[in-house]
Ligand binder design. Sequence first.
Ligand code: PLP
Length: 217
Amino acid sequence: MGLNDIKGRIAAAEQAAGRAPGSVTLIAVSKVQPPARVESVLMAGQRIFGENYVQEAQGKWPDWQARFDGVSLHMIGPLQSNKAKLAVQLFDAIHSLDRMSLARKLAAQIAEQGRAPELFVQVNTGDEPQKAGVLADELPGFLASCREMGLSPQGLMCIPPESGDAVPHFRLLRQLAEDNGLPNLSMGMSADFETAIAEGATHVRVGSAIFGARDYG
Ligand SMILES: *Cc1c(COP(=O)(O)O)cnc(C)c1O
């Protein structure tokens, strides 16, 4: 457990997969974590963090950003359209672009604010009715519409079904990225980031393995 342990495991997984050192970006998922835990990870040098809730991020990050240089925030949770404005202000990357209505709101805000977070399209690789994400079949059309609006997503993100093997989902995501000319793959969490790296992840989203279990109490 802990940041250095995870960094070491990422480096080992890169090497085992024959990938360049540093080719995988670690996003430390700090949602819901006590401030002291996040501060110790900031103090240890980590600068890229993932959050799921716009309001929570808005409440806690400005102070840390004033104290620590170079912090980069990634939105990885479901994004309500009415939070698009704040999300474009706060985040350097959004991994949860999952529908047309959100794409329109983001495009409008990016034009208005002159600030463009890096975008990942979330794909519902398991075709799960309760889960957000564009279906694999609909991805080419979705990307074309995004580009018409002036958005240029650079990657794909997935959250595989909770049970079962994640590998087919990682492979599908990689294939879709290749087919659509997208360089980035946001996949892999605490339980499976090494597997995701073996399957080509460029961004892993690791929370509890760095910070400890989340307490939603
Ligand atoms: C919470 C969350 C994570 C981190 O999960 P851990 O299992 O704690 O590593 C990664 N990705 C998404 C989309 C999340 O919501």
